[in-house]
Write a protein that binds this ligand. Structure first.
Ligand code: NAD
Ligand code: DAU
Length: 354
């Protein structure tokens, strides 16, 4: 199978490409990525040499309809990761979020529809996996015993999640209206290797290593369901190969944690790995002005993907976090490169005087 992966130079996409090339020797991957600030060719530096003839990178924008059509004509499946993915940036300026997450998604769906109907009826052997997010469900109360199920109404609260909900609705509409073989996944917070340090986990690891402040928004009691990125890649792969067209599959890590607990665990691990006193790093925690409209909690009910496709998260939070901290420690040069240049300006805008 030739798979078009969009956004493959980002955090999850790059892990997914490695997972597919390593696990499915018969598959080829074409990676379409615009290389925004979040896309990094270094994340896949070894792949071309490791899998000769099975991987191709195309620099381009998912909003380019002609390019999308050409690439999809040549592919049996699309796994669509490309997005603007950071909530705080969507609060600063939502315009690129609407362009990429809504319009870009529609361009890909339109191209797949035209390409896969060109021989007559809709080719049901193809698959379009749309990677959505649990944030489309909106916040869950701390004392609510339920996790999000796939039939929950969508109630996005941030410009990011509203734009992702737009793409999610469109993906399902193309299935309903045109019979496009779309499958949607909604997953919780990923963490692991190659995550850009605008997100909580890598930002805290890198700041702790550099002895910088650890900025916790508000009271730090916001809860997320932490999912190790390689578990997410396995889940996406299961959906690609076995998911039923028109269906939605939630993916979670079964590991709800408050932000402060995550930060404390990172401090403990960094102290263990470097020999620096944990107490000193705890002193770097600073409660800063909260994120506007901050969703209190997300929690996933992953029963459907477990029972239908046999998914089980293999990584528990403690082990996953330990491996993540080790990866950032072993890849200091990568960390330095991604935190130089434009990242410094971003960091100042977001955190200075907060
Ligand atoms: P990321 O920000 O690390 O990577 C996004 C990638 O998309 C980058 O390589 C970027 O260059 C590319 N891209 C952006 N705009 C593009 C465009 N117009 N055309 C082509 N490429 C473009 O994102 P991520 O964390 O890897 O997330 C991947 C997907 O998973 C996103 O759709 C996100 O909404 C979803 N998701 C992420 C998480 C998470 O915790 N990271 C959780 C749930 C869902
Ligand atoms: O739930 C899935 C979503 O998870 C994905 O759809 C998004 O693409 C992804 O970015 C992530 O969104 P969050 O907003 O939950 O992730 P983030 O890492 O930005 O923040 C996690 C929590 O930590 C959140 O409650 C805000 C808080 N936080 C974040 C940062 C960057 C802080 O307290 N301090 C920080 O400096």
């Amino acid at each position: 199978m030739r798979i078009l992966v969009t956004g493959g130079c980002g955090f999850i996409g790059s892990n997914f490409i490695r997972h597919v090339l390593g696990g499915h020797p018969g598959d080829e991957v074409v990676n379409l990525d615009a290389l925004t600030y979040a896309g990094n060719l270094e994340n896949l530096a070894d792949v071309e040499a490791d899998y000769p003839g099975r991987y191709r990178f195309v620099r381009g924008d998912i909003c380019d309809a002609d390019l999308a059509r050409r690439l999809i004509d040549d592919s049996q499946a699309v796994v669509h990761f490309a997005a603007e993915s950071h909530v705080d940036r969507s609060i600063e300026d939502a315009s690129t979020f609407v362009r990429t997450n809504v319009l870009g998604t529609q361009v890909l769906l339109g191209a797949a529809h035209r390409s896969w109907t060109s021989g007559g009826g809709q080719d049901q052997e193809r698959r379009f996996v749309h990677v959505s997010t649990d944030e489309v469900y909106g916040p869950l109360a701390l004392d609510d015993p339920r996790g999000f199920a796939e039939d929950w109404p969508l109630n996005p609260q941030s410009p990011y999640s509203a734009s992702k909900a737009g793409g999610d609705h469109l993906a399902r509409a193309y299935h309903h209206t045109h019979g496009l073989p779309v499958v949607v996944t909604r997953c919780s917070n990923n963490y692991g290797l190659y995550q850009f340090p605008e997100k909580l986990v890598p930002l805290m690891i890198i700041n702790a290593l550099n002895g910088r402040e650890l900025p916790v928004y508000g009271d730090g009691l916001y809860v997320r369901d932490w999912l190790y990125v390689l578990d997410h890649c396995r889940a996406t792969d299961l959906v690609l190969r076995g998911g039923r067209p028109g269906e939605v599959y939630n993916v979670g890590g079964g590991s709800e944690q408050a932000n402060l607990t995550v930060v404390q665990e990172i401090i403990r691990l960094v102290a263990e790995c470097t020999g620096r006193p944990a107490e000193q790093m705890r002193g770097l925690i600073k409660h800063v002005k909260d994120r506007p409209g901050h969703d209190r909690r997300y929690a996933i009910n992953a029963g459907k993907i477990m029972s239908e496709l046999g998914y089980r998260p293999q990584m528990d939070f403690a082990r996953g976090m330990a491996q993540t901290v080790e990866w950032y420690l072993d890849n200091r040069a990568w960390c330095e490169r991604v935190t130089s240049g434009a990242y410094r300006g971003y960091y100042q805008r977001m955190y200075q005087g907060r």
